[in-house]
Design a protein around this ligand. Sequence first.
Ligand code: SAH
Length: 411
Amino acid sequence: MATTTAAGGSVLLKAGKEKSLQRRHPWIYATAIAQVIGTPANGALVDVRGSDRRFLAWAAYSPGSAIRARCWSYREADVIDADWLGERVRSAVARRLGLWVSTNAARLVFGEADGLPGLVADRYDDMLVVQIQAPGVDSHREALLDALCAATGCATVFDRSDAALRTREGLPASGGVLRGPAPLEVVRIHEHGVQYAVDIRRGHKTGFYLDQRDSRRALADLVRDFVQRHGRGPRVLNCFCYTGGFSLAAALAGAAEVISVDSSADALALARGNAELNGLAGESPQALHWVCGDVFEQLRQLRDQGERFDFVILDPPKFATNQHQVDRAARAYKDINLGGLRLLQPGGSLLSFSCSGAIEVDLFQKIVASAVIDSGIDCYLRGRLGAGLDHPTLVTQPEGEYLKGLLLERT
Ligand code: SAH
């Protein structure tokens, strides 16, 4: 090869397999590779070349993973070192600066979309929670943590990497305090005036569903609008409520009654605590009910009891974690959407979400549409909901847009 080779080695693609990279999809699957020159270590820098041996990208090599390499850059002139990585971190942090007027918790680095595949960094008040889930970012972890601490002024860094994901990438388990003093048992955050206690050690993801911030805000706005138009607070059903995100947003915006359902007693205990934190317990005029149970069953039960709601929120866990689960997941999404629609008052709204990357936006809309048809309830699509600005996606990697929501209104 006439051109220079990266220290770790080179990856040559099969003829015809260059397209996806040329379209700037950042993953190189093992099946696309014709030959690996050298013996690059896990996480090593490699140059990726087409079948004509022309440079396509710099990438981090993952010998044990189906995603055999993840792209750092498509510019041959780039030098992928600590300075380059630091710059990526600094620009990711700078892109979020506008968020701090409304919250003290946000995602600072979101993997591929911020040019740092496999790295997630979330800020909760004055601490950082990270997930380091690919060999490339793992091999530069100290430089990345230095850059994150310097860019934010945070001292504590807590690791919530997913053990199964790291194993699949050939990385040893990792977790706990990486930098600074140990975090508190619960970290207090606020978002659009709502207070939440977050358990960053045991909570889902890195502790909180930061990706639903804009939709919690959208619900609060809809509730305020409802109060203005009807002169009364709406009745709200929040399914899969976790620690009460949507429930508290609705209650503080003026909902008269909020019924929240989740199967996790631990999540509900935190949710109750969050209600207290916001002055929504005891003497407060809003009635908050926390139900520990299965949403599929509860939806049927509420229907049998003839219950009706002005707002129903469906924010289930990821029903499909891969393509093989799409059909089964589609049936589950349809089931809950049918159940939710049947509980709507005339004029009521359904906020329905899917966080399954394997279910694309069009398919999700089709599933919800088929629930609308089966329910016999007339609805129109009032809007679309999704993750906030701190969860950017690559326009060239559609599966990165995992969270999608539809706002339907019953006519
Ligand atoms: N809306 C929440 C996040 C929901 S996460 C927020 O904004 O913070 C999904 C939740 O669904 C988890 O708390 C999980 O405990 C719960 N869950 C999963 N399966 C369930 C089921 N069948 N019935 C009730 N809750 C369920």
